[in-house]
Design a protein around this ligand. Sequence first.
Ligand SMILES: Nc1ncnc2c1ncn2[C@@H]1O[C@H](COP(=O)(O)OP(=O)(O)OP(=O)(O)O)[C@@H](O)[C@H]1O
Ligand SMILES: [Mg+2]
Length: 321
Amino acid sequence: MTDQSKIPLPPEFGKSTGPSLIERASGSFDFRTLTRPVLPDLPPAPQPTIAPVAAPRPVAAAVVESPREEPSPAPAARPFAGPRHKIDRAHLREQCLIEPESAVTGTLEEFRIVKRQLLRTAAESADAVAKRILIASAHPGEGKTFCAVNLALSIAAEKDNEVLLVDADFAKPSVLSTLGLPGGKGLMDALADPALNVEDCVIGTDVAGLYVLPAGNATGSDTEYLASARTEDVLARLTANAPNRIVIFDSPPVLAASPAIVLANHVGQTVVVVRADMTGEAALRDAVGLLGACADIKLLLNGTRFSTTGRRFGTYYGYKE
Ligand SMILES: Nc1ncnc2c1ncn2[C@@H]1O[C@H](COP(=O)(O)OP(=O)(O)OP(=O)(O)O)[C@@H](O)[C@H]1O
Ligand SMILES: [Mg+2]
């Protein structure tokens, strides 16, 4: 993912002490040489911006218990019944996010490539849980929300899919402000209150195929609610009777908060965002290990400022000889 803007980096950026990772090591750093690859059939050259990650290390017993061991019966389906709001396209543009129904940009092209791999995995898997995709990263500010929102906007444009973007960063939710949507009840409220239907918390938008589930009110026991048996029931309701719906979870930093580690039990794919020149190898390995409950972990390199192969996505459209 190319660095798209002059948006000032958050203050945490300057504090990174780990060694710079992929951008400077481009061409010489290969996770597959270090441990067994999850997707051994991929060609040696990594796919653009997203690469297979080695099989994760075993995770501490406290975080690997899978609530999916005994599948719950299919929940009674209800249509999404929350409010519907307009998304301000100019607000998206200001943040270098994909602008629906607009001209092709580099960001749009890059996320087209990323989403294609995720959608292929979702379509080919017999397990519906492959349609749940967790966006995670080791540290704050590496681009999780940027990637989660862009990915959701990109998938919403699909002819055969719709997308539900879930804000699972309960302590510091930012999906609503990023999209310019008003607050409302959300996932944590539905987990904490069995009388509340999660479908009623889902916000519809004027972007065709895009739905948003806010984080809801933080409780002080967020991780415990998330780790409870009710979570799988609530998540199953989000895709009940909607086989073409992809669910994307934005999450807090893996090395700073526990929700992503718990959510890894409930998703079929995890995208770990790696910020060029910021994410250190040790932190990345630690984060991938902690997310080990998800068997399919992919890396997404974000914020690159150059390409060794001359990639310039988005420059081809409009070009005519
Ligand atoms: N490829 C990119 N091009 C331009 N700006 C980017 C890019 N990736 C991230 N940003 C910007 O960097 C800042 C941090 O990104 P973001 O909020 O997505 O990080 P995060 O990982 O979600 O952080 P947190 O863990 O604090 O929630 C934001 O201002 C975002 O718009
Ligand atoms: Mg974020």
